[in-house]
Design a binder for this molecule. Structure first.
Ligand SMILES: Nc1ncnc2c1ncn2[C@@H]1O[C@H](COP(=O)(O)OP(=O)(O)OP(=O)(O)O)[C@@H](O)[C@H]1O
Length: 819
């Protein structure tokens, strides 16, 4: 088994190598007229990385050898980071959040399933014990609160409500009695009728036999026919096999296999952890003293040689720059000596060169100026990708694989134990560093003494490089802690009790049903702007929400996105997506919707305190999702009169300030949802939310899968004879929520029991559908208009306009030429 995964891993590296070779070509700027080919290359790369992500995830999930898993994890995180970077590049080139990759998909001979962003399984499987404990705590607090809430409800029942309850119970009892009574009467009538009929008609024995035979043969024939038809359909693969048990057996076997490998992983990991500690100790004990002496000798030698050559002792590199490691890293002492000699000579040369260089610089400056002026004259849009932060990580991983693991035969570690040689190598480096730090300390002292003794020199002041960047970020992060005397656990509990932290619904992202747009690039060619499909929304949520929140390493490497806004009509599953992100990543769900915040932490500084506590807890107990439902209220242009007492804009200022303080590595994501973004002031909203995802009503393909999967979820066989295509056709304009509602009201328990006798037909749904209000065109148009006024939407419109104009002028020129 392990060999199969090893092969998968090796095959992935072949692809990876190919992909890495293609990377540098993207860094070269491309003029705007070659936009399409640039787009194409970018998309190809994106799809390759998605495939790699899927394969690395599988290998990491199932391989057992602990050292290989460590490397795989680094590669997996790296590839995920690169996928996120490329997504950002795609957005910059396409100027929208959806990318029509169907043509690339076809060229690479892939299927739409390959477009799906895989969510690494370790997000769920390796949820830390702290995270699990927190979920437990939340459940406990909520369980404690429940009796209180139900008590409150009980007290809240009014006299009339109680009366209605008693009355309805009494009426139901009477109704039941009456029904029993009526049934008795009907039975009696039936008996009477039969008696009367029996008296009238009498069959002979033969006639009776014929009647019975007729009925029986008809029944038998119909049954046979039904069976034959079914067998044929199964044979050509139009129906699932009824023999589900065989199918299930295979699945359970595979599942058990996977689970057993995971258990084995834990065992091997434990062994490895023990070995790490032991190896470290034994190395320090056995090889440590030798190392120490060798280092000291080397350094002393260096002192002496330096003194002989330059007449002075050298400056000792300080700790921050790595101490003596800076000088001896990867070099033999001879090399160091040679370098020293050349340095002395170079110093002399440098002085002479400096003068020459000055002259050259002034010449170059002049040249540059003329070049810049030229460039300014022809302002051409060029495309190129930004330098990647992740590629070095992937490269390092790839190199490690090729040098260490690629050629290693499996027979060396048949039981998938760790490799002690590799471990010792690694640990040796670590121990060396530790010892070097000690030695440095000693040698600094020795150097000081030497200087005193030989050169009669008092201690030279050590030069510390100024840490500008560090100080700056330190200042930025240093916000005042308003609750220094409280523990995070107590704050967490407080937030749960007042309802700012909620338990999330258990839905996965794959529960969000939706199909992709199959002809997106054809639409773009015809100059029609394709609308996002539900599939795109799911992918974008996986990229922005799940991948970033799931792992600390991915979050700190990927381009930083703090907030996402989901815009779409009511019932399009915005809340569901928020919950799915929480479920997939185990994140806490904070609810800062204006209705939920109302009246909590009142007073002048209340809003500040509220936001402060929420962000503090969210950051410490990351990952966290801060959900702001009906977010247009937080950014109202003008607060409606009836909502003034609620003061929906109360937390806006503090929220904006707090969000700005989130930095890479803080796995906190703000997700806003709204169905009326027009009511909010555009500038504030777009500044606060870094990404805006527009969810229009579902298209035909999505409606088809929605009907199919939702009906099958309620009754697995229910959708078999149903004309789903017709349903998808007539439900144009309705939201997912509507479709779900209709299915729930048609497929009641009772109807499900009748399915075997009375198959489901499409017309049953139509009546219910007609009673609901669809999304009217005006509503959708106004949402679309709003979207095209957002920064990205505006850029997109401007770009397509420019392109159209260019096309027209080109055509006009051609016409002129022909004339
Ligand atoms: N793509 C989908 N697949 C499966 N179920 C969905 C999908 N979209 C929505 N639903 C279901 O539809 C119902 C309504 O969705 P939800 O409440 O999340 O919508 P919403 O956009 O947040 O609505 P509102 O704006 O009114 O708050 C939920 O029960 C959700 O599970």
């Amino acid at each position: 088994m392990e060999r199969a995964y090893q092969r998968l891993w090796e095959a992935s590296h072949v692809t990876l190598e190919e992909v890495l070779e293609r990377e540098p070509s993207l860094l070269e700027p491309v003029p705007s007229r070659e936009r399409q080919s640039f787009q194409y290359r970018l998309s190809v790369l994106y799809l390759y990385y998605l495939g790699l992500l899927r394969r690395f995830d599988m290998a990491y999930d199932q391989m057992v050898q602990p050292q290989k898993r460590r490397l795989l994890r680094r590669l997996l995180d790296g590839v995920a980071g690169r996928v996120l970077e490329l997504k950002d590049e795609l957005v910059r080139v396409d100027l929208c959040e959806i990318h029509c990759l169907d043509r690339v998909l076809q060229d690479l001979k892939l299927t739409p399933a390959d477009l799906e962003v895989p969510i690494p399984r370790y997000f769920q499987l390796e949820q830390t014990s702290a995270m699990k404990a927190r979920q437990q705590m939340l459940a406990e607090i909520l369980a404690r609160l429940e009796p209180l809430i139900s008590q409150e409800n009980f007290r809240g029942m009014s006299r009339t409500e109680a009366l209605i309850l008693v009355q309805s119970a009494e009426r139901a009892r009477q109704g039941r009695l009456r029904a029993i009574f009526m049934r008795e009467i009907r039975k009696e009538e039936e008996r009477d009728r039969k008696n009367r009929e029996d008296g009238r008609q009498k069959f002979s024995q033969d006639q009776g036999a014929i009647v019975i035979q007729k009925v029986w043969k008809g029944y038998l024939q119909r049954k046979r026919f039904e069976q034959d038809r079914r067998a044929e359909m199964e044979f050509i693969g139009m129906l699932p096999s009824p023999n589900q048990t065989a199918h299930l057996n295979i699945l359970t076997q595979a599942f058990l296999g996977e689970e057993s490998r995971r258990i084995l992983q834990v065992e091997k990991e434990e062994e490895f952890q023990n070995a790490i500690g032991k190896t470290h100790d034994s190395l320090t004990e056995i090889e440590g003293p030798d190392m120490k002496e060798k280092m000291k000798d080397q350094i002393r030698q260096w002192f002496i040689e330096c003194h002989a050559l330059t007449g002075r002792f050298p400056d000792y590199p300080d700790e921050a720059s790595g101490g003596s490691y800076l000088i001896f890293a990867d070099k033999t002492p001879e090399q160091v000596r040679q370098e020293l000699e050349t340095q002395v000579q170079e110093n002399k040369k440098k002085e002479q060169e400096k003068n020459r260089e000055k002259e050259r610089e002034t010449k170059e400056k002049k040249k540059k100026k003329t070049k810049d002026e030229k460039a300014r004259k022809e302002p051409e849009v060029t495309f190129k990708v930004l330098p990647s932060k992740v590629i070095p990580v992937i490269n390092a991983g790839h190199e490690e694989f090729t040098s260490v693991w690629k050629c290693r035969s499996d027979s060396k570690h048949p039981s998938q134990n760790f490799d002690s040689e590799t471990l010792r190598e690694e640990k040796r480096k670590e121990v060396e560093l530790e010892i070097r730090a000690q030695v440095d300390e000693l040698m600094r002292q020795e150097l000081k003494n030497l200087r005193l003794a030989v050169d009669k020199e008092e201690g030279r002041p050590l030069k510390f490089p100024k840490k500008k960047a560090g100080k700056k970020s330190g200042k930025k992060r240093k916000e005042k802690d308003l609750t220094p005397d409280r523990t995070v656990d107590s704050l967490f509990e407080e937030l749960v009790v007042i309802g700012l932290i909620k338990k999330c619904m258990l839905v996965t992202l794959s529960d969000y049903i939706g199909d992709c747009l199959y002809l997106g690039s054809t639409l773009t060619l015809a100059n029609k702007m394709p609308m996002p499909s539900l599939f795109d929304i799911r992918q974008n949520m996986a990229l922005y929400g799940v991948l970033r929140l799931g792992s600390h390493d991915i979050h700190s490497m990927a381009p930083h996105v703090r907030s996402v806004l989901l815009v779409g009509p009511s019932g399009m599953g915005k809340k569901m997506l928020v919950h799915a992100v929480c479920t997939e990543t185990g994140a806490n769900l904070f609810d800062l919707s204006p209705d939920n915040v109302m009246g909590k932490y009142p007073g002048k500084n209340g809003a500040q305190l509220l936001v402060h506590i929420v962000f503090k807890v969210a950051r410490v107990l990351q990952p966290s999702v801060i959900w702001i439902g009906n977010t247009e209220k937080t950014f109202y242009k003008k607060v409606p009169k009836e909502e003034r007492p609620m003061d929906p804009k109360r937390i806006k200022k503090d929220l904006m300030k707090a969000a700005r303080l989130l930095s890479p590595g803080d796995r906190v994501m703000l997700i806003g949802t709204t169905d009326r973004p027009q009511l909010a002031e555009m500038k504030g909203l777009c500044r606060f939310y870094e990404r805006i995802l527009f969810i229009p009503r579902p298209d035909y393909a999505s409606r088809y899968v929605l009907w199919k999967r939702m009906i099958e979820k309620r009754g697995p066989q229910a959708a078999q004879s149903l004309d789903i295509s017709a349903l998808a056709r007539v439900s144009d304009g309705y939201t997912t929520g509507h479709i779900l509602q209709v299915i729930q009201s048609v497929l009641t328990e009772r109807r499900l029991l009748q399915l075997s006798k009375r198959p489901l037909v499409a017309s049953e749904f139509v009546g219910h559908l007609a009673r609901l209000d669809p999304i009217y065109r005006e509503e959708e148009e106004s949402l679309k208009d709003w979207y095209f006024k957002t920064p990205l939407g505006r850029k997109n419109i401007k770009f397509s306009k420019d392109q159209q104009e260019a096309e027209e002028t080109r055509l006009a020129k051609e016409k002129k030429k022909k004339k």
